[in-house]
Design a protein around this ligand. Structure first.
Ligand code: C5P
Length: 227
């Protein structure tokens, strides 16, 4: 039931962390649970969107009514996202690892006389920035910013750096209520919606409610396109 303002709209969503392998048994990860990204994918699908979710490793089930592609690394996520273009909108919620090890060992790295290994790191591709400047850029590009300080200022800078229309800024220092451990992994969130026309502050609410309101905002924004 309910109105389907996103009927006929294809929307790519990224969610979860990425895992960057060091060797066959070890990887670099982060605390992202995928809760916010998966909730956004589900909310967009409830509004009738053709939702293409690209998820890093999470313990959550695939959201109902959403097409989900599972990936592990940032490079796999980037390839999966680009293969899903063209799209009307892209919502990049994943906590993509900033760095990976320069090389991935084929065999388990052994402990031994040489002492601990030194891991040389290289930067991962910025998937959002790539989409924001892509020849087939979706009409609407939304990024996230997990900050603990100067939340609005950093988000405003990020709009331009990433070529995004909106940055949803989380203050990841929110630790109230059921959020022991913080926004990452928790169920509550407080966000600011930063666009070139200003900053809208939303009160703290459940991630599902943030998802619902964001899906409605995206629907209104896509509605304003004259095709
Ligand atoms: O630069 P920062 O990591 O703070 O940017 C966060 C935003 O950029 C999020 O929307 C995230 O999904 C996206 N991102 C990305 N690829 C990266 C790093 C971040 O898509 N390598």
């Amino acid at each position: 039931g309910g109105p389907k303002p996103l009927a006929g709209r294809r929307i790519i969503v990224t969610s979860g962390p990425t895992h960057e392998p060091i060797d066959p048994v070890r990887y670099i990860a982060n605390r992202s649970s995928g809760k916010q990204g998966h909730a956004i994918a589900a909310a967009l699908a409830r509004l009738g969107g053709d939702v293409q979710l690209v998820s890093g490793p999470v313990t959550l089930p695939d959201p109902a009514g959403v097409h989900t592609t599972h990936v592990e690394t940032a490079r796999e996520m980037k390839d999966a996202v680009e293969a899903l273009l063209p799209a009307d909108a892209a919502v990049m919620v994943a906590a993509v690892a900033d760095w990976r090890t320069d090389t991935q060992a084929d065999q388990k790295i052994k402990k031994g006389a040489g002492g601990p290994p030194t891991l040389a790191m290289v930067e991962n591709p910025d998937i959002l920035a790539g989409i924001g400047r892509h020849a087939r850029r979706p009409f609407l590009v939304v990024g996230f910013a997990a900050e603990t300080q100067d939340v609005s200022e950093n988000a405003t800078t990020k709009l331009d750096r990433k070529g995004a229309d909106f940055i949803v800024a989380n203050d990841v220092s929110v630790t109230s209520g059921v959020n022991e451990g913080g926004v990452m992994g928790g169920t509550r969130n407080r966000v600011k919606i930063v666009s070139r026309s200003g900053i809208e502050e939303w009160p703290e609410m459940d991630k599902a409610q943030v998802a619902e309101r964001l899906a409605q905002l995206i629907a209104r924004r896509l509605d304003s396109i004259t095709v």
